[in-house]
Design a binder for this molecule. Structure first.
Ligand code: SF4
Length: 284
């Protein structure tokens, strides 16, 4: 299936987000989805444009609010594969409250964060993922705040699928998105996606020198939460691959008693006058 459309992305040449788009398109095709069987919901930021660049249902939401919309889409129509996406500023600053609660809720969607450690769309300010000492227009003397450890945070919040990748590694990224889509619950995939225009520190070369692949760590077991946490701490979170997966935890939908077999979008919601009058009477 072809998940490409004829909209030309207006990201800067070399932006890491191109690969994330390609990986989502490939993963969707590889797991056998149909374009009409998927929805991509995004927030605001350069990466937020992604929902318009994939041939499927798309919703370009508001800043930090991709997850509430994506969860609503999934609850209304569980037949759709729902992908939420956005940047680190979108998901880990203004949207952090939603991120934490979507994680602990374990609703069956995949959240892909394009983490470039800066605000790109607003022309380069420090984000929650910027390291101490990072100089931008908003921190000319260098940031004094430590970067948020999002993978550790996700493990602590009870995430059932935590992965990290690098936009230069299209093969690994595609595979992780496939696994995230197949996971029965909330999957968080953080992708190091360099901003070539405003972040001159965390470049492609910097990541190539500093990232470690978990597939090359002897004895690494992604079902072991303690080992996952310890490995992240020991490596300053600079690892890629499947960090943790819990296949036993039921998803939100599986735990809801009386959750209809029929998706809400297919339910017969016709209301006759007496039902309407009864409903209105409750508000009088
Ligand atoms: Fe990508 Fe940065 Fe350009 Fe935005 S400003 S499109 S994040 S390279």
């Amino acid at each position: 299936k072809d998940f490409r459309n004829n909209v030309k992305p207006n990201w800067c040449p070399g932006c890491g987000d191109f690969s994330v788009q390609a990986a989502i398109q490939r993963a969707a095709a590889n797991v056998g989805l149909e374009p009409e069987g998927m929805a991509v919901v995004s927030g605001i930021g350069c990466s937020g444009r992604i929902s318009g660049y994939i041939n499927t249902y798309g919703f370009h939401g508001i800043h930090g609010r991709a997850l509430p919309i994506a969860q609503g889409v999934k609850m209304a129509n569980r037949d759709l594969t729902v992908i939420a996406s956005g940047g680190d500023g979108d998901g880990f600053a203004i949207g952090m409250g939603h991120t934490i609660h979507a994680i602990r809720r374990n609703i069956d969607i995949t959240y892909i964060v394009m983490d470039n450690q800066i605000y790109g769309l607003t022309k380069g300010q420090t984000s929650p993922r910027s390291e101490v000492g990072f100089k931008t227009k908003s921190t000319p003397q260098g940031s004094v705040e430590p970067a948020l450890s999002v993978m550790e945070m996700a493990l602590t919040a009870g995430a059932t699928f935590v992965a990290q990748s690098f936009s230069s590694d299209l093969k690994e990224l595609t595979q992780l998105i496939e696994e995230g889509i197949k996971h029965k619950g909330f999957s968080l995939i953080n992708v190091f996606s360099p901003c070539v225009t405003y972040n001159k520190v965390n470049t492609y070369d910097w990541f190539k020198e500093n990232l470690k692949k978990l597939s090359e760590v002897e004895g690494y077991d992604p079902s072991n939460r303690m080992q996952a946490m310890q490995t992240l701490i020991e490596n300053n979170s600079l690892v890629t691959g499947l960090i943790y997966q819990n296949k036993q935890q039921p998803s939100y939908q599986e735990l809801i008693k009386g959750y209809s077999d029929k998706p809400l979008v297919h339910a017969d919601l016709k209301m006759d006058q007496s039902m309407f009058d009864e409903l209105m009477a409750e508000f009088m």
